[in-house]
Design a protein around this ligand. Structure first.
Ligand SMILES: [Zn+2]
Length: 173
């Protein structure tokens, strides 16, 4: 008796779904309003990779020079022991200032190198040059000028991503 009851229930389930069951049905795939995902060609990515690497090498070289300059300043301070007291103090003051400036510059350069490394990683992932807000391709000229950017020129200039998905560098009038 019980067995037949169960069978009947199952049969009912397999039939037309009841109203409240419809919700679990897979919704028909809608046409995506967004344009298909875009990316720069391998050739372009290779060009950008070279640019980023060049910028990184330059920044790394500058850090090296600044460190050498700091060492020189340190050595100068150490060899100044025999100088007249007042002069020594003045020298030390300006040297300390220059050292401080050099350290700050090193910090800025290291931050920049980190951003360049991130950009190199994006090139390898083939996601380089894509606006992080609207996923449009960032204008090539902008990437060449600011290789670490993840925002379109449109966004930078007008605080708005390009509506047609084509980033342009427009001069402000
Ligand atoms: Zn955008």
């Amino acid at each position: 008796m019980k067995k037949t009851e169960n069978k009947q229930v199952e049969k009912k389930k397999r039939g037309r779904p009841r109203k409240n069951e419809k919700e679990t049905e897979v919704a028909p795939v809608k046409e995506k309003a967004n344009p298909p995902k875009v990316r720069y060609s391998d050739e372009d990515l290779e060009m950008f990779y070279g640019l980023i690497l060049k910028a990184k090498n330059e920044a790394t070289e500058e850090v090296k020079m600044l460190r050498e300059r700091i060492d020189d300043l340190q050595n100068a301070v150490n060899s100044d022991e025999t100088m007249v007291y007042s002069m020594h103090m003045a020298e030390q003051g300006s040297e300390a200032q220059e050292k401080e400036k050099a350290y700050a510059q090193i910090q800025r350069l290291n931050d920049f190198v980190k951003k360049l490394d991130d950009a190199l990683k994006r090139v390898k992932d083939k996601t380089y040059g894509i606006c992080r807000i609207c996923e449009c391709l960032i204008a090539k000229e902008r990437l060449i000028a600011v290789p670490v950017t993840t925002l379109s020129a449109s966004y930078k200039i007008r605080n708005k991503c390009p509506e047609d998905g084509i980033d342009r560098i427009e001069k402000r009038n």
